[in-house]
Design a protein. Structure first.
Length: 466
């Protein structure tokens, strides 16, 4: 019988392992009234269901004015009273303490621990204070194999990876990374209880294979599944010379699809949108579109869900690289609510364009933001080619017009008068011909009304001058 009892006891001990983990408790407040941090024994959770063998006070820290503020004012502007009820230090009080005054106190078996602030300088000081409790216990099983990679797509090339904390009691992680399944040719290390590491410089557009195995004093998890991540590919259209052509009215952007990203894009010295934040482009990419026949104005938009870039900046230019002229710019003009709860994407509507012309589109993220997005160019208005079935029938083109507006009629054009939006006459001519070319090159950009008289009938049209 004794032999059996001993065997059972030995087996039980072999399944246990010593673990020691700190658990942090903190609070904040203004010290003109006492700020109190109360810790109850039931608040200790790092041991799970395993039996606690010891608890001691560890690092106590107080920050002034913010969670990362100065730590040198305790003892001058404020201090703290500690009181312990229950357990090894039952009835212990430490008045007017700071920092190391509390460290190392054995509070095993405590019921309640209270830290109360005292105001020493008579000022309203905002304080953030916290304390670590070092909990020792006998772990009964290894952790679970459920530490998951935080990022699996478009991972940066610097080699920083992170993962979620595994379930159970954890002392550390074995991390292996390889360029093929089952390999560890990139990285193989035993780490402490951390959830991030740097595995070294990575290659663009490459799949890496990762195995994360948590362990504790009982042992390591068994058969943890291999995971993968893929590094990003530099945007091919980072430079204007490699701008991606987008087809007008392609209709690809549907709130799910994306067709571009600016991840790891560099800044461009080519141009900088007048509505962009800051003084220079930091992560812009480039596109072009060519205006098809009969298109007068277009909408240029990144105002879609589905992407990870949630705050775009957008500019449209005429001209050629090295001599671009901005004709439209948008920041936060979108209307679509994104996953961040805001409508911060970009939208330019009714932008006047010329048939056959190629335009450049610059997209970047607000400040340093990067991610995927969808760019769409769609027709807003078509050219107005009017052909009235009467003696006064005529056609006109192009609209918008850059330099010359052409009129063609079945009968003699007797008179043409042009007015700006204020009603001021800016041009008048008497062609007395069936064709007439109006030189608008010296007129300001904007909308104009043109009155055309043929066979004593006057028709009014509206044109856009670029």
């Amino acid at each position: 019988m004794k032999k059996i009892t001993f065997s059972i006891l030995f087996f039980g001990l072999s399944l246990l392992g010593f673990s020691q983990i700190s658990q942090n408790f903190g609070t904040t407040g203004v010290d003109n009234d006492a700020v109190v941090l109360t810790i109850n024994s039931a608040d200790i959770t790092v041991n799970g269901a395993d039996p606690i063998t010891a608890i001691s006070l560890a690092t106590f820290t107080v920050h002034y004015n913010s969670a990362t503020g100065g730590t040198t004012y305790c003892g001058d502007w404020y201090d703290f009273d500690l009181a312990v009820i229950g357990g090894a230090s039952d009835g212990t009080t430490i008045p007017a303490g700071c920092d190391a005054d509390f460290n190392g106190l054995d509070v095993t078996g405590f019921t309640t621990i209270t830290l109360t602030s005292n105001d020493l300088d008579g000022y309203f000081d905002v304080i953030f204070f916290d304390i670590d409790l070092l909990v020792s216990f006998d772990a009964s099983s290894p952790p679970s194999c459920d530490a998951m990679l935080s990022a699996t797509e478009n991972v940066t090339l610097e080699g920083d990876i992170s993962w979620s904390e595994a379930s159970g009691l954890i002392d550390g992680y074995d991390v292996a990374v390889g360029t093929a399944s089952g390999l560890s040719d990139v990285y193989s290390e035993t780490l402490g209880n951390v959830t991030t590491t740097n595995i070294g410089a990575l290659l663009e557009g490459t799949t890496y294979y990762v195995t994360i195995t948590p362990f504790n004093s009982v042992g390591a998890s068994i058969d943890c599944a291999e995971q993968t991540f893929v590094t990003f590919v530099f945007p091919v259209n980072d430079d204007i010379a490699a701008a991606i052509a987008v087809t007008v009215d392609e209709g690809f952007c549907d709130g799910t699809n994306t067709n571009a990203n600016n991840i790891q894009a560099s800044g461009s010295a080519e141009a900088f949108g007048s509505c962009f934040q800051g003084t220079e482009a930091l992560s812009d990419v480039w596109f072009t579109f060519t205006v098809p026949a009969d298109v007068a104005t277009v909408d240029v938009s990144t105002d879609f869900t589905g992407g990870t870039l949630l705050d775009t900046e957008l500019a449209v230019y005429s001209g050629t690289p090295g001599s671009l002229v901005e004709i439209g710019c948008s920041q936060d003009d979108g209307a679509t609510i994104l996953s961040n709860g805001f409508a911060y994407n970009s939208l330019i509507t009714d932008l006047a364009v010329i048939v056959g012309e190629t335009y450049y589109v610059q997209v970047e993220g607000y400040t340093t933001q990067t991610g995927s997005f969808c760019l769409d160019i769609s027709t807003n208005q078509v050219l107005n080619t009017i052909n009235y079935e009467s003696e006064s029938a005529f056609t006109y083109y192009p609209n918008p017009v850059k330099n010359t507006l052409s009129l063609n009629a079945q009968n003699t054009i007797e008179q043409v008068a042009m007015y700006n939006m204020l009603g001021q006459e800016v041009l008048r001519t008497n062609p007395n011909a069936v064709d007439s070319d109006l030189d608008m090159s010296n007129l300001a950009t904007g909308a104009y009304f043109v009155k055309v008289t043929i066979a004593n009938v006057t028709e009014t049209i509206r044109v856009i001058k670029q």
